[in-house]
Every structure is written in structure tokens, then in C-alpha cells.
Design a protein around this ligand. Sequence first.
Ligand code: GRF
Length: 202
Amino acid sequence: MTHRIGVLLSGRGSNFEALADSVSAGRIPNAEISVVISNKPSAPGLERAKSRGIPARAIPSKGLEREAYDRQVVAVLQEYKVNLICLAGYMRLLSPHFVAAFPQRILNIHPSLLPSFPGLESQKQALDYGVKFAGCTVHLVDENLDAGPIIRQAVVPVLDTDDEHTLSERILKEEHRIYTEAVNIILEGNYKIAGRRVIRSA
Ligand code: GRF
């Protein structure tokens, strides 16, 4: 069976491209990215998808209630028979309707070691706080912000010379690596969820 992945994004789409590269290279086996959807019609990630021959849809969210909007997105994901959804810089909270439509099948990547620094500008939050280590997290998505059981994390050092840009770059490299690993864990299915813990089977 081919796993059918849907990617949701709002911006440049480097995490989408990392996933697409992993699929093309066979690092995510038996899978395809079936559709890329953006709530922002101008998102560069949409063009990046089209240039790879992947169906790309803009579904503008402006002016719509959360659930009314999500119903449109869910309908398109169902149209493409998607069975795993990867949020990749998708700047919206999901409604309970959306989460219930794909139970335990929605992943998000966040540029901090959650539960530290959820929300926007996580790398700046980490620098301002003065932490010595930062990182990124892939987690299952529920209707809360940057919550849900953690699948994979990676740690990077914060250097004295760092600014937001250099720290973000270091973290982004790890994001691209662990998103593929997390997708494989979920697609292989060798895990169980105990409370908040995602525990891999031997
Ligand atoms: C990444 O840092 C991701 O962790 C966060 O938004 C950013 C998206 O970057 N959720 P890109 O669009 O994947 O390049």
C-alpha cells in the first residue's frame, strides 16, 4: 500500500521540500506526497510543489470561521485520499473537526524543544531566555497550540555568537532530518501511545 501524505504550509516550504526529497530518494518508502495545501495563496511552498509535479492548492482562509475553513481543507485531503498529514510551517490552529477527521495521523514540526517556547518566534524566545541548548520537535497534533505527544526531538547548542538567523539555520537543518524520521515511525506503525509518551516497539 502506498502511504498518501498531505502537506499543509503557509510559507517557504523547506520542510515540505525535505520530505519530498526523502520520498523521492526512498528514505520514506512506499509513500507519495499526494497534495500540498496552503492557506496563503502567495506561499512559495506552493510553487515549489508545482515545480515537482505535486498537486498544489491554495485555500484562502481569510474571513472564514475556523471550522468552516477546516471543513474545506479536510474535504480536499479526503479527495486526495490522504492518510497522513504533515504540517510544515502551517500557521493555523486546527479545529476539533479537523483533528477528529484524522485521529493520530497529523504531525507538526516546531523549532523548539517543546514544551519550551511554543508559538511564534521560538528561536528568538530561546535566545532571549538565554538557554544553552535549543532544538526542534515533531509531535502529534491536537487542537491546542504546539501540544500533543512528542515523536522526535533534536538538540543543538546555542553559541555565544548566535543571532536569531544563525540559530534558526542550525535548528532548521535538524528539522529537515527529524521530520523524515518521525514520518517513518508513524508510517511503520511500530509504536504505542501511553499517556503523552510515544513508545517504539522493539
Ligand atoms: C519551521 O521552522 C517550522 O519548524 C515552523 O515553521 C518553519 C517553517 O519553515 N513550524 P519552512 O516553511 O518549512 O521552510
